[in-house]
Design a protein around this ligand. Structure first.
Ligand code: GDP
Length: 431
């Protein structure tokens, strides 16, 4: 019986989708524990490209059953769109996908409120209503799936929210995007209909997972975004609204913390970040442009260009500690080909001191200058390499330097978006 958590070690977009997809074939369950449709996983299967926002990418394999846990905030409209997309590509969903009855719903007014209070601009959100839905959850006013399924309760809850939203717009002296009275009727009609279509998927997923554990089945917990977007442990306030770190799997799925025995950290061979917030190793100008285009660093959900930079060992070491990472998958190593040298940040210099930790205060992090170690690069493309021994020596040295610096073994390296573009890394003793 194992529960494995897959967690991003940076700011998300580490290539978790592909790795979860690879691991999922051996699993009985794949469960998503937080976030909303603000995250996107891209999985390439043969010539087909799937972009999944809410459904765990395990759905692309015949075996695992998939769960969207109560820690996720779900926009029923997006979810159904995604389900329709999967059905038209003959991916079976009945009896394989379960949506927690405790998951909170995102309704259209959440998107309105996100723009009204400027969250979208202030922290560079995806405008999908995720932040306001989590605010409602924590403020104990959210609408959960079991209420969405009950038309009487839904009417009452929508009425409450419509009044609140009206007050918010009136207070701000701004007209809502649509007159509230008309919107209220429309929300009720639309969301009752959507709920009806989702009914067959809604379940007590905490019980499903508990029973699965008792039967000794294998469970993979899939996080969205990455460690430094965690609402508590990330670069607050430039973070997402949920617990992205490994412990989020416990409370977003109702699994006991002691069950989380394996934690696989996904780390890109360089760094990227979407939206605002500090990024000590960011590359600007031509170097940044080159890395961005080589890595295809444009958001799966929004198409926004990602900020790019060198690998940051201070950050990775912290991610290993916080999440209890037991092994690392290093992704997109192929993107770094064609460089005579590479930089790795090993420490920060700030306020006249050297630091080995990322500061909690983002303003202090803004002042941090990375201290770089320059290592030799490699010219050769890596995308056709499948054996560790066939990697250029300098690429192997790069891998080892990262392991030494972060304190966790790299067990797998990814050298392309395809399912087979994977290299298993032998243990240090066997290399
Ligand atoms: P996620 O949110 O962490 O799953 O990351 P994304 O799906 O947004 O970004 C990963 C992107 O990189 C996708 O387009 C993948 O197909 C692609 N990708 C994943 N692993 C590799 C790799 O090793 N090399 C290259 N070149 N692309 C990769």
């Amino acid at each position: 019986m194992t529960v494995t958590v897959v967690v991003g070690c940076q700011w998300g977009d580490e290539g978790k989708g592909k790795i979860v997809d690879l691991m999922a074939r051996r699993m009985d369950w794949v469960a998503r524990y937080q976030g909303g449709a603000n995250a996107g996983h891209t999985v390439v299967v043969g010539r087909q490209k799937y972009v999944l926002h809410l459904v765990p990418s395990g759905i692309l394999h015949p075996k695992p059953k998939c769960i969207i846990g109560h820690g996720v905030v779900v926009d029923p409209a997006y979810l159904l769109e995604e389900l329709d997309g999967l059905s038209t590509r003959d991916i079976a969903l009945e009896g394989r996908l379960f949506l927690s009855e405790g998951a909170h719903a995102i309704l259209p007014y959440h998107k309105w409120l996100e723009t009204l209070d400027g969250q979208d601009v202030r922290v560079g959100t995806t405008k999908r209503g995720v932040g306001p839905a989590y605010q409602d959850k924590m403020g104990r006013t959210g609408i959960r799936m079991y209420e969405l399924l009950d038309p009487k309760r839904l009417r009452r809850r929508i009425d409450e929210h419509a009044e609140r939203v009206e007050r918010a717009f009136r207070g701000a002296g701004i007209a809502p995007p649509q007159p509230i009275e008309a919107a209220r009727t429309e929300w009720l009609a639309t969301y009752s209909g959507l709920a009806h279509r989702l009914r067959g998927f809604v379940a007590d997923t905490v019980a499903l997972l508990a029973e699965a554990r008792e039967r000794g089945e294998k469970i993979l917990c899939e996080g969205a975004q990455g460690t430094f977007l965690d609402v508590d442990l990330g670069t607050y306030p430039f973070v997402t609204s949920s617990t992205t770190t490994a412990s989020g799997a416990a409370f977003g799925l109702g699994l006991p913390p002691s069950a989380l025995t394996k934690v696989v950290g996904i780390c890109k061979a360089y760094a990227t970040r979407v939206g605002e917030g500090p990024f000590p190793t960011e590359l600007h100008g031509e170097d940044g442009e080159a890395l961005r285009s080589q890595g295809g660093e444009f958001g799966a959900t929004t198409g926004r260009p990602r900020r790019v930079g060198w690998l940051d060992l201070v950050q990775l070491r912290q991610a290993v500690r916080i999440n209890g990472v037991t092994s690392i998958v290093l992704t997109k190593l192929d993107v770094l080909s064609g460089r005579s040298s590479l930089e790795i940040a090993t420490r920060y210099r700030a306020d006249g001191e050297l630091r080995s930790y990322t500061p909690t205060d983002v303003e202090a992090l803004e002042r941090c200058e990375p201290v770089y170690e320059t290592v030799p690069g490699w010219e050769e493309p890596l995308d056709r390499i499948r054996r560790y021994a066939d990697l250029p020596l300098t690429a192997r040295r790069y891998i080892e330097r990262i392991e030494d610096g972060c304190g966790a073994p790299i067990r797998t390296v990814s050298v392309g978006s395809g399912r087979n573009q994977i290299i298993t890394v032998p243990s240090r003793a066997q290399r």
